[in-house]
Design a binder for this molecule. Structure first.
Ligand code: PLP
Length: 232
């Protein structure tokens, strides 16, 4: 069994290789530890090995872990579906919400953030595969959602995120990553006032491909922590 520190070293090497292959600087790519169902001790171990960005899928779970790890300067992203009644807690816990997928949730977050007197960085989640069971805005609806988010001054739109359809062969996921980058480029042109620099895409088995296609945030869970426990 490898330690988290050893796994982290391997992942960083793979990030560097993929960046080199694509002619990109490895520093452009942020590694996010996808820590859902992992106990706080594992997150602490990863932090001590040099990782400070983590992503959680559930607001309640994140709240508990953040409390248990409050002595550490961790940056927390929400990478799971956000229910409207969790928005109030979410704005207090997370430094970025990566999963804006509808107007009502954007409006609700803006309202909650305003009360705290700050601005909240967000990404819009895009359903690039058009899968019925997946969250995320469909590509054809993306311009309308961007327009809405840009109208909310409490939110700072920073880019796009996607969870593409699963394929055994990561090469087959490449077109979906390319699609997100193309959408970003098109939207950046359409909305020059926005700063859509972040592309959050790529997980344990395909993050090297995502980096070749322009990812700036890769969300890695099992390759870093090992198999997920069933419950947190
Ligand atoms: C769980 C999860 C990941 C990480 O998945 P792994 O395959 O374990 O690397 C990344 N992004 C999201 C949104 C997730 O829910």
């Amino acid at each position: 069994m490898m330690t988290i520190k050893e796994r982290l070293t391997q992942i960083r090497e793979k990030i560097e290789k993929a960046a080199q292959k694509a002619g990109r600087a490895p520093e452009e790519i942020k590694l996010l530890g996808a820590s859902k169902t992992q106990p706080p001790e594992k997150i602490r171990e990863a932090f001590e090995a040099g990782l400070s960005l983590f992503g959680e899928n559930y607001v309640q779970e994140a709240k508990k872990k953040k409390e248990a790890l409050k002595d550490l300067p961790i940056t927390w992203h929400l990478i799971g579906y956000l229910q409207r009644n969790k928005a109030k807690d979410a704005v207090k816990i997370f430094h970025m919400i990566e999963t804006i997928d509808r107007k009502v949730i954007a409006s609700e977050l803006a309202k909650r953030v305003q009360k705290l007197g700050k601005t909240l960085p967000v990404l819009i989640e895009v359903n690039v595969g058009g899968e019925e069971t997946k969250a995320g805005v469909l590509p054809e609806d993306l311009p309308f959602l961007i327009e809405h988010v840009l109208s909310l001054k409490e939110l700072k739109l920073s880019g796009l995120m996607t969870i593409p359809p699963y394929r055994e062969d990561p090469e087959e996921v490449r077109p979906f990553f390319a699609r997100l980058r193309e959408l970003r480029d098109a939207m950046q042109e359409k909305f020059p006032e926005a700063d859509l620099k972040e592309l959050s895409m790529g997980m344990s088995h395909d993050f090297h491909i995502a980096i070749e296609e322009g990812a700036t945030i890769v969300r890695v869970g099992t390759a870093l922590f090992g198999p997920r426990p069933k419950k947190a």
